[in-house]
Design a protein around this ligand. Structure first.
Ligand code: ADP
Length: 408
């Protein structure tokens, strides 16, 4: 067996999956949430575990990430398959921010763990939780290799003039202010799978990937390498998202501060109360669509603003790449919202992009082409699978190190 335990942890939750990395099969998955509680005695945490088609739910105090992993081990045992029996050979940790340091997956040792914690300075919402989970998981599974897979790593190929903001270089360097980009695991797996589906070499393709989920970003991929992306120092820049504004004049922030809002309020406004939610009170596109169909003007505007912003980036990346071979939709909205895809692709015939309305509407689920046979740009839907990609990259690194070890 070559199973990988994939861990995607935040400050109060641990999502986990055990994936057979050869077949991609999920052997088990679950969610530990409300870690640290809030109430006295650590409050009540919760674990939802799925294995063999059965879901179990337990509520119990989960004061920290170590207790979270312990409750996960219990859940495996209760479900009748102790974790030791699953043939796990590595633990793959998703890490949102790898800064400029990490351009590829790495085995986590003490120094790597410490650096991930230091990078909390530029990712205060994400890296502290990752670090807590890494420390706990290394304690609980001391004999397994732990691998960090970074959301930023795929974008480390972006050229300097593209990742540099036009501010004082000393200030930028001192505070790590530059474009890092996120969703890299998704952009990487989706662009690779698009090439595989077409049976064309990844190295020869210019691709524009639109990851449209709750978080959303666009990426220009040239020959399998990211050359531009819409998220920046943080995952706030770029497209309109479920609750995030995306691009906004930084001057608007100063204006709001001068008008009496404080930093925490503006942060919450732009990250949690903007985007689709800001217009309609829901971050779910299905609600926004229903409200628009019912004639709600703000919901219609939300969709118009959303579509305009995506098209703006598609146009930009056509320029960055010098044309494109594929335009690939992925994630919750990208994979499911055919009406949104149609709006985004409207009036792009000038550059040879022609959507096929029937293929676009077809209730297919796998990777597929949705443009006409003579469309110069091939429009595709390719489901993302970040966990399978984390498992694949973790196993690849561990196998490479094992074989290097065998040679010596
Ligand atoms: P996350 O970024 O949290 O991983 P997802 O990629 O799962 O998010 O996307 C979730 C979003 O996808 C939902 O909030 C909803 O807006 C959208 N979505 C999911 N299913 C559909 C659907 N059938 N039609 C339209 N939108 C959908």
């Amino acid at each position: 067996m070559n199973a990988v335990l994939v861990v995607n942890a935040g400050s109060s939750s641990i999502k986990y999956q055990v994936i057979d990395s050869h077949t991609g099969e999920r052997l088990a998955q679950g969610l530990v949430e409300r870690i640290g509680g809030g109430a006295p005695e650590g409050g009540t945490g919760r674990i939802v575990h799925n294995a063999h088609g059965t879901e179990s739910v337990r509520e119990l105090p989960i004061p920290n990430h170590t207790a979270g992993f312990a409750s996960m081990l219990d859940a495996f045992a209760h479900a009748g398959s102790a974790i030791e029996t699953l043939g796990i050979v590595a633990v793959g940790h998703r890490v949102v921010q790898g800064g400029s340091d990490f351009i590829e997956p790495v085995i986590i040792d003490d120094a790597v763990a410490a650096r991930i914690l230091e990078l909390s300075e530029i990712a205060p919402l994400h890296n502290p939780g990752h670090h807590a989970a890494i420390v706990a998981a290394r304690d609980i599974f001391p004999n397994l290799p732990h691998v960090a897979i970074f959301d930023t790593a795929f974008h480390q190929s972006i050229p300097k003039p593209v990742y540099t903001y036009a501010i004082n270089p000393d200030v930028a360097a001192e505070h790590g202010v530059r474009r890092y980009g996120f969703h890299g695991i998704s952009h990487s797996v989706v662009s690779r799978r698009a090439a595989e589906h077409l049976g064309r070499p990844l190295e020869l393709l210019k691709q524009i990937v639109l990851h449209l989920g709750n978080g959303a970003s666009a990426c220009a991929v040239d020959g399998g390498r990211s050359v531009d992306t819409s998220m920046g120092l943080t995952p706030l820049e770029g497209l309109v998202m479920g609750t995030r504004s995306g691009d906004i004049d930084p001057g608007a922030i100063f204006h709001l501060l001068r008008k009496g809002m404080n930093v925490a309020e503006v942060d919450a406004l732009l990250n949690k109360r903007s985007g689709l939610f800001g217009f309609t009170g829901s971050n779910d596109f299905r609600d926004v669509r229903a409200a628009a169909v019912a004639g709600e003007p703000e919901a219609r505007l939300a969709i118009d603003v959303y579509v305009h912003r995506v098209r703006h980036y598609v146009g930009a990346y056509l320029a960055v790449l010098g044309g494109a071979d594929t335009l690939v939709f992925t994630a919750g909205l990208g994979e499911n919202a055919a009406d949104l895809r149609a709006l985004i692709c409207e009036d792009f015939e000038w550059c040879g992009l022609v959507l096929d309305p029937d293929l676009n509407e077809a209730a297919d689920r796998g990777a597929r082409v949705i443009s006409t046979p003579d469309s110069r740009i091939t429009v595709m839907v390719v489901p993302t699978d970040e966990e399978a990609e984390i498992a694949r990259q973790s196993l690849q690194l561990v196998a490479a190190l094992d074989s290097a070890h065998d040679v010596h």
